[in-house]
Design a protein around this ligand. Structure first.
Ligand SMILES: NC(=O)c1ccc[n+]([C@@H]2O[C@H](COP(=O)([O-])OP(=O)(O)OC[C@H]3O[C@@H](n4cnc5c(N)ncnc54)[C@H](OP(=O)(O)O)[C@@H]3O)[C@@H](O)[C@H]2O)c1
Length: 343
């Protein structure tokens, strides 16, 4: 099959090339599914993986591997006792998404809700369950509280805004430009602040009901110092990503944490699942309940990408903040229509 195979990390994302005759990774367990991939998400993590710049590249993810972490597609083969059957439309997350096919454990995917296309489901990928794990399982965000979402315009951010709204919280979203501000407001954010504004943290505090700051910060960008400025006494910060840090981690004066009696928690979705698979199940179930209740919609970036040959330029667009929501690459644009025509 064709795939984006990383046999050595690249320095320039545009050097990524489509490899032919790549072997499909063999099934590891009797519950593995074979899936024809129709769409793959273009994510911040993928551009780091391609360059060997992600923390997982130190241990878990070393060449050779097939790039791509989130996808949607159609089941081609399923074990006899599986809850899935050939023809089922599924979406989820697993390494190896920039390829024509993938073999994954059935726990890594969910059925695509009938009302969504495969492209829409792909835009959701694994972003919603990460948001649910961080905001609900870890930070225990509840109705009536205020959540601050840093990195709100990105793939994880657009899900977090919707999850926080779905549980009845007020949402303050932080974004980088006017188009993204409009998009996130239309998605339901109550207040929007630009991180390009000087002292934007003051604007965040001003937008809380009593001026005391937010209850919870979802930090996707690596801004704990700013988060502490926005936080109310006894507030919670969940650190999930470092999208703004370009590899250089910030140093935080510990007295700032004490002065606010703050709780600062890291959340690493993949590692949580490796150590305790029941946690993955729990957050998927929690998130899918919100989807079924109608509180979540996919947010695909307005421009699509076509074919594995566009992976490099698509990842470059993500790296340069040109996209918002989740950029989606179409790998097989005919499979879904062909399936519908057969029904
Ligand atoms: N912990 C986990 O389990 C886990 C799992 C997956 C991903 N992650 C991490 O989560 C982060 C977000 O992933 P994603 O897929 O949502 O990325 P994304 O779609 O590329 O979005 C990145 C976001 O970061 C914002 N941003 C970038 N530079 C910024 C700056 N200097 N100041 C303020 N905001 C800035 C962008 O804002 P604008 O576009 O508005 O400029 C955008 O909203 C990444 O660091 C990723 O590695 C963590």
């Amino acid at each position: 099959m064709e795939a984006i195979l990383i046999s050595k990390f690249v320095k320039d994302l545009r050097d990524l090339k489509v490899a032919k005759d790549v072997q499909l990774v063999k099934a590891k367990s009797s519950s593995d599914l074979h899936i024809r991939i129709t769409h793959a998400a273009v994510t911040h993590v993928d551009q780091l993986y391609a360059q060997g710049l992600h923390q997982n590249n130190r241990r878990h993810i070393q060449p050779p591997f097939i790039l791509g972490t989130e996808f949607a597609g159609i089941v081609t083969t399923a074990p006899h006792k599986s809850q899935f059957k050939p023809g089922d439309r599924v979406f989820g997350g697993s390494l190896g998404a920039y390829a024509e096919s993938i073999v994954v454990d059935e726990k890594s995917v969910r059925k695509v809700p009938d009302r969504w296309t495969l492209a829409q489901a792909c835009a959701l990928g694994g972003s919603g369950n990460i948001g649910y794990g961080a905001l609900i399982s870890v930070a225990k965000l509840t109705a009536g509280e205020t959540a601050l979402i840093l990195g709100a315009s990105g793939g994880l951010g657009v899900m977090a805004v919707q999850i926080a709204k779905a549980v009845g919280a007020k949402v303050i979203a932080v974004v980088g430009d006017g188009e993204k501000a409009k998009m996130i407001r239309e998605l339901g954010a109550d207040e929007v602040v630009s991180y390009r504004e000087a002292n934007w943290e003051e604007s965040v505090r001003d937008k809380t009901s009593d001026g005391e700051g937010v209850h919870v910060v979802y930090d996707l960008i690596g801004a704990v110092q700013s988060s502490l400025k926005c936080l109310r006494y006894r507030g919670r910060i969940v650190i999930v990503g470092f999208a703004a840090r370009k590899g250089k981690m910030e140093e935080v004066a510990m007295n700032r944490i004490l002065l606010k009696s703050a709780m600062v928690h890291g959340y690493r979705y993949g590692e949580d699942g490796r150590r305790d698979p029941s946690r993955t199940q729990e957050v998927w179930d929690g998130f899918m309940k919100l989807v079924e209740e109608g509180g979540i919609k996919p947010v695909p970036y307005k421009e699509g990408y076509n074919g594995l040959e566009e992976v490099g330029s698509a990842l470059e667009d993500v790296k340069l903040h040109r996209t918002w929501g989740r950029a989606v690459l179409t790998i097989d644009g005919t499979a879904e229509a062909a399936q519908k025509a057969r029904l």
